[in-house]
Design a protein around this ligand. Sequence first.
Ligand SMILES: Cc1cc2nc3c(=O)[nH]c(=O)nc-3n(C[C@H](O)[C@H](O)[C@H](O)COP(=O)(O)OP(=O)(O)OC[C@H]3O[C@@H](n4cnc5c(N)ncnc54)[C@H](O)[C@@H]3O)c2cc1C
Length: 257
Amino acid sequence: MDKQYDITIIGAGPAGSMSAYNLAKHFKVLIVEAHGLPRNKSCSGILIKKSVDILEKYFDNIPDNVKCTPYETNGITIIDEYMVPRDFPDKGLNILRDKFDYWLVQHAIKAGADLIDHSRVVKLDENENGVTLTIKSDSVYKINSKIVIACDGVSGTSRIMTNTPKQNKLVTYQKYYNARASIDRSKFYAYISKNFSEYDSWINTKNNHIVVGTIAKTLTKSKYFHNQFISFLRKEINFEIIKEIKDESWYIPLVIP
Ligand SMILES: Cc1cc2nc3c(=O)[nH]c(=O)nc-3n(C[C@H](O)[C@H](O)[C@H](O)COP(=O)(O)OP(=O)(O)OC[C@H]3O[C@@H](n4cnc5c(N)ncnc54)[C@H](O)[C@@H]3O)c2cc1C
């Protein structure tokens, strides 16, 4: 790895990899990723058709090993607070997030970007030539870059490092189940009832698991909503748990529609 780049991108998520892919054709680009890759992220993993079209315009078809069943999704059904369902049909794809992000970053590398993972940007110092980045991995070292692009996601610290106002965020809680339910497994169901969430709650399918998720300002509240939502789903869609597989929580930015 060199110590001087035109552009350094913090974060190897979709934003970082797509930026690197496009910029590496014209500039000397480095991606710095805090975690080892491939890395799982809590995600419903639904690529809407618009996203699929963009990706397939840039790259080859999305490979099967990136997808999970049912491969093709049939859109979202939003159930409002009066329990009235509204269908938003969409021919999207069901993907596995660790494999998807890894597939994207491979395209950036093929386009010429350098990648260092297991490496966290901990300090940014602006100077007349650009920015000096302090990077912490097994050791602490510095690299110089004319430009830095912060693609470090909702949990990133670039806002703190650059004195940018912090982003309001919510906590998601998802649980994977072996379960039975009266749902169309190719659909994503989102409930916007305030009884189960401070944003929305959802149920969808990934491989042979049903995933149930909720969002609130705190993890404790999100877990509380989860239990409320499960009780509701038992009555509403005959949700029957065979086995709990795993749970996970994550942050999501608070976006006011
Ligand atoms: C529960 C849940 C379900 C979701 N479902 C969907 C869905 O179905 N479809 C959809 O399109 N979107 C979904 N999303 C949203 C999607 O996950 C995000 O929009 C997407 O991850 C944003 O990509 P990004 O590249 O901006 O950030 P991220 O994917 O978060 O990537 C940021 C990267 O930066 C790295 N990083 C952070 N700080 C540093 C640092 N200091 N130094 C180096 N690296 C750093 C992180 O390790 C991370 O890999 C969901 C989100 C959640 C939480």
